[in-house]
Design a binder for this molecule. Structure first.
Ligand SMILES: Nc1ncnc2c1ncn2[C@@H]1O[C@H](COP(=O)(O)OP(=O)(O)OP(=O)(O)O)[C@@H](O)[C@H]1O
Length: 464
């Protein structure tokens, strides 16, 4: 086994990381570094939204903390129970929703109650938060009043557009209700007053439209939604801007805040935005390796790893696979080799803009490409539950070269009993990577079987 391929790969990555940090230090661009982190969070959130095409299931129960603990707790098992406007019920069913998701069961009655109740809700991405607050906004709007009544702030332009799409879909049979985007680049004439009932945008532009330009009369707003609070506070300035918008709204305006995670900083921010809240939390389902078949393949170099991959593809039918590489260079090389072999390959690479990455993810989700090759940095935080085969072309390691168990679990693991059976194949090409594999195996106490990719019969067996 070669000993240098792994080391070389790490060296390359570290060299790249070092040059970035030197640049940052040289120019003192600390804020640039912060914005990179927040951009990363927003990008992750967007890509997760795009790759998913249905609800994330969970066996966990929602935890509810009511503002008034003596008032009865309502929860609904059907959309009919909510007495929605027929146009909205039609919109909901038109989207293929048969019944409320777990978080929606409790959140919707609270949000639709009279008088309106404030809410802070936390649950992982994909559990139905956006659909819930969109339904609440559409329900509270009076279409006869031609001025903004619901404001929704999102951390980025792309995320705002995604929420806007949900509003458009759900409100498809309710054309009297109109939507406008308060995003940079959407320039309105000075002095004009908006007629649309729902405004969705980023905090900076929303603040300008309410304050400086007065396109919106904040005193007439009935519902204020702050989405993706955890991503929001990662961007400098967004927290203050959001609070300044909130201060302009009337006391009886309904305040709703949503977040996928709930660390201390998010909680502090949430309490400043939402007075007297009801609080709903839904724990993230634990990922496990129980339903996953794990294998490793011994090779000497990246060319051999590629050959092993071709053998696997030759022997079993793989609907869609995600392949993780350690460096951009390897990912680019592998994608090239695979497409030369006639595979439809998508490459997710670090130098791509978020829109480009989004386009790649969307094509992959729609099945236009069958293989997605990516670096870990690029795919960090992306949930790939629907992909049944995951290949670690390079094993995940942290910056010190130790096994990155968390990343391994996230790439390969599935949640609870809803997880489909999966297949994971790890490529080992050095003593070092064998050691990493052994340590991963020990950590999870789950055997990773050896696979001989020169033996077609053996490969065929893994698919059964
Ligand atoms: N009641 C429902 N029944 C079936 N599908 C639903 C339901 N509610 C939402 N969905 C779908 O599930 C997916 C996730 O929903 P949604 O986007 O609202 O979740 P989220 O918690 O806001 O996650 P994210 O913040 O990542 O968007 C979407 O594809 C949405 O259309």
């Amino acid at each position: 086994m070669a000993t240098d391929s792994w080391a070389q790969a790490v060296d390359e990555q570290e060299a790249a990381a070092e040059s970035v940090s030197i640049n940052l230090r040289c120019f003192g661009l600390l804020c640039f570094a912060t914005s990179l982190v927040s951009e990363d969070k927003a990008a992750q959130s967007l890509l997760n939204k795009l790759i998913r095409n249905n609800l994330v299931n969970t066996t966990n129960q929602v935890e509810v903390l009511q503002k008034d603990p003596n008032s009865p707790l309502y929860s609904v098992k059907s959309f009919e129970e909510l007495r929605l406007k027929p146009q909205l019920l039609q919109g909901v069913y038109g989207m293929g929703f048969n019944r409320p998701s777990k978080i929606q069961e409790t959140a919707l009655p609270m949000m639709l109650a009279e008088p309106p109740q404030n809410l802070i809700a936390q649950s992982q991405s994909g559990t139905g938060k956006t659909a819930a607050f969109v339904l609440a906004m559409l329900s509270h709007v009076d279409p006869n009043n031609k001025y903004p009544q619901c404001l929704c702030v999102s951390p980025t332009y792309e995320l705002a557009l995604q929420t806007g799409k949900v509003i458009e879909q759900m409100g498809k049979h309710y054309p009297e209700v109109q939507l406008v985007y308060a995003i940079r680049g959407n320039k309105l004439q000075r002095g004009m007053k908006l007629q649309e009932q729902i405004v969705i945008g980023t905090p900076g532009t929303m603040l300008d439209w309410c304050g400086k330009f007065k396109f919106i009369d904040p005193k007439k707003v009935k519902v204020f939604v702050l989405d993706e609070a955890d991503v929001m506070i990662a961007t400098q300035g967004h927290q203050d801007q959001s609070i300044r918008i909130q201060r302009m709204l009337p006391k009886n305006c309904q305040m709703l805040l949503f977040s996928a995670t709930f660390e201390e900083s998010v909680w502090n921010f949430a309490q400043r935005i939402v007075p007297d809240p009801n609080i709903i939390k839904l724990k993230r389902e634990e990922e496990t390796l129980d339903t996953i078949k794990q294998y490793y393949v011994l090779c000497n170099c990246k060319e051999e790893k590629f050959q092993a991959l071709c053998n696997i593809y030759g022997a079993i039918t793989i609907a869609q696979a995600m392949i993780f590489c350690h460096t951009r260079k390897t990912a680019g090389w592998l994608a090239g080799e695979l497409s030369r072999e006639g595979h439809q390959v998508a490459l997710l690479s670090g130098e791509m803009q978020v829109e480009q990455r989004a386009a790649v993810i969307e094509r992959f989700r729609d099945g236009k490409e069958k293989v997605l090759v990516t670096t870990n940095v690029c795919a960090r935080g992306i949930d790939v539950e629907q992909v049944s085969v995951v290949i670690n072309f390079d094993l995940p390691v942290d910056k010190d070269g130790n096994p990155d168990n968390e990343t391994y679990l996230h790439r390969i693991g599935r949640t609870g009993r809803f997880g489909k059976r999966g297949l994971a194949i790890n490529m080992v090409d050095s003593k070092m990577s064998m050691n990493i594999l052994n340590r991963i195996q020990e950590h999870f106490n789950k055997k990773i079987e050896k696979l001989d990719t020169d033996d077609l019969d053996e490969i065929e067996k893994i698919a059964s």
